[in-house]
Every structure is written in structure tokens, then in C-alpha cells.
Design a protein around this ligand. Structure first.
Ligand code: FAD
Length: 485
């Protein structure tokens, strides 16, 4: 019997790493009827939204790139954020993605009915699709602490994720609140020119030293451009080498203990002042939280115009900050490096699957998906870099590419008339998540710190396996795990 060939109509939500990867992967697999809906004014995701001083990639840029768009020309080993954003934009041009993208198009609703998906953007435009792929990121909705008196502050206030490029930072008394990677980068970048910089730190962070300011060696770009195979070998080697991070974070071996010992020793060597060192010493294991990487933070915080304050912030006054020890810190620029509401994923979108099931109800106990990408009750819907993605261990570009290829396999079967709908079963999702929960037991993220990896339900929202397991699990969909019509 002849099969009916159809062209699947796909909506991809988000144009960051995950959205770009998905779009290019679909193109390569022969699917061209896709539309990317992006809330921001350009591609890039976090690299579009974040442009605060000091923003730098904290993995070597030769690894933080798409395998399908190798770039030999990084100015630094750890490239500045603006350069990564330019790279993402160039990739969009190279693969003609802008023609497929609507910018300033925030998806506010997506509803599944018997006739497929109906997607609505904030301006009221409606789009129909056979498949919806959410590539909406985790670090997207800025989180602002509710501190008494904030509205009374008379100086400037900014969240790093919505940086105002017209802000003057030179010669000012700056307060930085928050001590994740961003807080550390901002303090390192602004300390030299600030009149005074005070870093308010609720919980100290381990800082792994790396040459984050080191330029790429001269001629490297020219050589690698002329020798694409060598360039590819560099990427493959870095990808392989990054397996060490997955190893030390997921397995409690001597290797983890050795690296943790080196991180502790690095603090002792770089900060000789005992009092400051005590303030900088966390009470949990290195790598338990999202690891901070910096070659300049300890130098910056040791400087005479810098101060680390561990005392709790009590309230904000028109001219500064009062801490629990009763001190008033005079401030005229208040910078919130307080991160994101990390488990929102595509919410607050009004996402409704089969029989009107809302994503809030489906996830009332926290985000959960099968193999990071499929959610029971949501037919023909997938996530890329969804729940349990390896944000702390494996290249996200690699993970996105593997996931997008997995999704393309379903599109092929739809195109070939083999299926009309695909929906993961509850049993498969439970089995997958039970396995993840067991595997998370011995990981470093489960050693007692309070991090943004933890969901409200107390589970760790990360990938507890190595890259080989990720590749295997997503190599080929298993029909037994899905309801197919
Ligand atoms: C400041 C910062 C620095 C980072 N540095 C590193 C690093 O050095 N190394 C590393 O490995 N990781 C880093 N990360 C983690 C980063 O999140 C990932 O590396 C990766 O960029 C995530 O890509 P994504 O596509 O999943 O999400 P995002 O980059 O967040 O992209 C999601 C996109 O979806 C859009 N979107 C969301 N909701 C909607 C909607 N309703 N409608 C339409 N569009 C929507 C957003 O506007 C955004 O453009 C960093 C994150 C931040 C915030």
C-alpha cells in the first residue's frame, strides 16, 4: 500500500543554543517548513539577553560551539559574551535562519486540539503546527530578591540579565549582590575602575582558577581555518576531554577528591589573608553548585577598594544597604546578580496538551520529562535542553544536537505517513525519572548544598549520566515508550 507523504509543519520556540541547533538539524534532515518564534530581538538566547561587564564563556569557546559551525577565530580561549553572541548571529545568517524566524514574538499560549497545535504570540498572531518544540531555556526569567526598602533606593539599580549599557560604573560605589558565576564576573570586571566595590555574599562559592583572560595564541585562527580537519580534531578532543567533568561530578571517586583538593589548595595559595580566606571558604564540597570559573576574582576581591560582606542584608535605604551586623554600606549603584527562576522552562506560557491538560498541572510536583524531551499528555510536543539536561557536565550544544536528531526521527515517520501523533507514556517517563533519581544519588550535586539545580520538590534537575549514555538513550526512539496513532 502506498504511504502518504506529508510535510510536517513545526514551530520552534526560542532562538538560543537549543533553538538554533534544532532549526539547523531539521534543515539538514530535509525539513524546511519550520518557524522559530523568539521573544527577543535577535538570536542568541542568554548571549542576546546578557551583556553585563565581564560576561565571558566559562568553558573554552572552541568547545562552546556547534559541531556544524566550527569557528577557529576566537579572540580568547574563553571568549567574551559579545563575541559568542556575534558567532550565534553569524550561524543564523549562514544557515538562513532569519528567514524562518519571527523576532519580538513571545509565545503566550500553545494549545493542542485534534487538528494539531495552535500557538499564539503576545501580539495575538496565531500559528498552526503539527509539532511544537520548546527551546525556551532555563536561565531566562531574572530572579529579584524581595528586600525591604528597595523601592526607596535613590541610586541606580540593575539586574545583570537586563543590563543597561548606558550605565556609568566608573568611580562609583558599587554593590554586587549574588555570588554565582555572574556576580564573580561583574566584580572582577568593575573592581579596577570603581571607587569602591562591595560584594554581598550569602553563601561563599568555590572558584576554579582558569586563564579566563588569556587570548587565543596568535595565528591559531589562521592555521585552523586552513586546516579544517585539525580544527575538527581540536573540537573532538575537547569534547572527549570534557568527559572528565562528567566523571568527577557524577562518580565519587579519587579523581573527584583529587580535583576538589586542588580547588581548595588554589584558594589557600591565592588568598593569604586568613580572615578573607575564611569568608571565601564554602561549607560544602567543590562542584556541588554550578561551578564558578575565574582567573581574576580572588585578585579583585583582595584589592584595597573591594570588600566581601557575608553578613545578611537586612534592608535597603535611600543611600545604601544595612546588614545584620548593623553596618550601613554607602552605595550609589546596586547590581543584582541574583540569577534566574531556573525551573520555569517554557512557563508562564499557557501550554495545554491533550484534553486541556496544563503544563502547570502536569508539573505540579516539578518539571519532568522523558529523556529531557517528551512529556506525557503533550502529543507532538518536545523540549530541547528540557528537564534534566546536562547543564553542569556535558556540552549543551552536543546535547541539543543529539536531542534534535532524536526529534527529527519522529518527524521522518510523520512525513512518511507512519504516524500522526506521538506521545510518551507515563510509565516510560516514570521509569526514566526513577532511574535518574537513583543515578543522582552519588553525584556531587547531591552532597548537601543549596543550589539552583534543586527543584521545589528537592530533586536535582540535572543529567546524572555520561555522554555515551546520553548518546545511546537518544540514538533511536523506542516505540514501546510511546503512544502512537
Ligand atoms: C549569563 C549566562 C552565562 C552563561 N555562560 C555559560 C557558559 O559559559 N558555558 C555554558 O556551558 N553555559 C553557560 N550558560 C548557560 C546557558 O544557559 C546555556 O549555555 C545555553 O546558552 C542555553 O541555551 P538555550 O537555548 O537552552 O536557552 P536560552 O539561551 O535561554 O534561549 C532560550 C530562548 O528562548 C526564548 N524564549 C523563552 N520563552 C519564550 C517564549 N515564551 N516565546 C518566545 N521565545 C521565548 C528566549 O528569549 C531565549 O532567546 C550561561 C547562562 C547565562 C544566563
Amino acid at each position: 500500500m502506498a504511504t502518504v507523504k506529508r510535510t510536517p509543519k513545526v514551530v520552534i520556540i526560542g532562538a538560543g543554543v537549543a533553538g538554533i541547533t534544532t532549526a539547523v538539524t531539521l534543515q539538514k534532515a530535509g525539513f524546511h517548513d519550520f518557524l522559530v518564534l523568539e521573544k527577543g530581538g535577535d538570536v542568541g538566547g542568554v548571549w542576546y539577553w546578557n551583556h553585563y561587564p565581564g560576561l565571558t564563556c566559562d568553558v573554552p569557546s572552541s568547545l562552546y560551539q556547534f559541531s556544524f559551525a566550527p569557528n577557529p577565530d576566537w579572540s580568547h580561549i574563553f571568549a567574551p559574551g559579545s563575541e559568542i553572541q556575534r558567532y550565534m548571529s553569524d550561524v543564523a545568517d549562514k544557515f538562513n535562519l532569519r528567514a524562518h524566524t519571527r523576532f519580538d514574538a513571545e509565545v503566550v499560549a500553545a494549545n493542542y486540539t485534534e487538528s494539531g497545535w495552535h500557538v499564539t504570540t503576545a501580539d495575538g498572531t496565531e500559528y498552526n503546527a503539527d509539532f511544537v518544540i520548546a527551546a525556551t531555556g532555563v536561565l531566562h526569567h531574572p530572579s529579584m530578591p524581595d528586600i525591604e526598602g528597595l523601592e526607596s533606593f535613590e541610586g541606580d539599580v540593575v539586574h545583570t540579565a537586563r543590563w543597561d549599557d548606558s550605565l556609568n560604573t566608573r568611580g562609583r560605589r558599587i554593590a554586587v549582590i549574588g555570588t554565582g558565576s555572574t556576580g564573580v564576573q561583574v566584580v572582577s570586571a568593575l573592581q579596577r575602575e570603581a571607587a569602591r566595590i562591595t560584594h554581598f555574599v550569602r553563601t561563599a562559592q568555590w572558584v576554579v582558577w582558569a586563564p579566563t583572560g588569556m587570548p587565543q595564541l596568535p595565528l591559531t585562527g589562521a592555521v585552523l581555518r586552513r586546516l579544517p580537519r585539525v580544527n575538527r580534531a581540536v573540537y573532538d578532543t575537547l569534547l572527549w576531554g570534557s568527559g572528565f567533568l562528567a566523571d568527577i561530578t557524577t562518580k565519587p571517586t579519587w579523581r573527584r577528591r583529587a580535583v576538589q583538593g586542588a580547588v581548595r589548595a588554589s584558594l589557600r595559595v591565592q588568598v593569604r589573608d586568613r580572615e578573607l580566606r575564611e569568608q571565601l571558604t564554602p561549607d560544602y564540597e567543590p562542584f556541588c553548585k554550578r561551578q564558578v570559573v575565574s582567573g581574576s576574582y580572588y585578585r579583585a576581591i583582595r584589592a584595597s577598594n573591594a570588600e566581601l560582606v557575608n553578613s545578611k542584608i537586612e534592608r535597603i535605604t535611600p543611600t545604601g544597604i544595612v546588614t545584620a551586623d548593623g553596618r550601613h554600606h554607602d552605595v550609589d549603584l546596586l547590581i543584582f546578580a541574583t540569577g534566574f527562576k531556573a525551573h520555569n522552562y517554557m512557563r508562564p506560557m499557557n501550554l495545554r496538551g491533550r484534553d486541556g491538560l496544563s503544563i502547570d498541572d502536569a508539573w505540579d510536583k516539578g518539571p519532568r520529562a522523558y529523556c529531557m524531551s517528551a512529556i506525557p499528555g503533550f502529543p507532538n510536543f518536545f523540549t530541547v535542553l528540557g528537564p534534566n539536561s546536562p547543564t553542569a557536565s556535558i556540552s549543551l550544544q552536543y546535547s541539543s544536537e543529539v536531542t534534535a536528531r532524536y526529534i527529527a526521527r519522529w518527524l521522518e515517520r510523520f512525513r512518511d505517513g507512519e504516524i500522526s501523533t506521538v506521545e510518551v507514556t507515563e510509565e516510560a517517563t516514570t521509569r526514566f525519572n526513577d532511574g535518574v533519581a537513583d543515578a543522582l544519588g552519588p553525584t556531587v550535586w547531591n552532597t548537601g548544598c543549596n543550589s539552583w539545580y534543586l527543584t521545589e520538590g528537592g530533586t536535582v534537575d540535572l543529567w546524572p549520566y555520561d555522554r555515551a549514555t546520553l548518546t545511546r538513550m537518544l540514538s533511536k526512539p523506542d516505540d514501546r515508550d510511546y503512544h502512537l496513532t
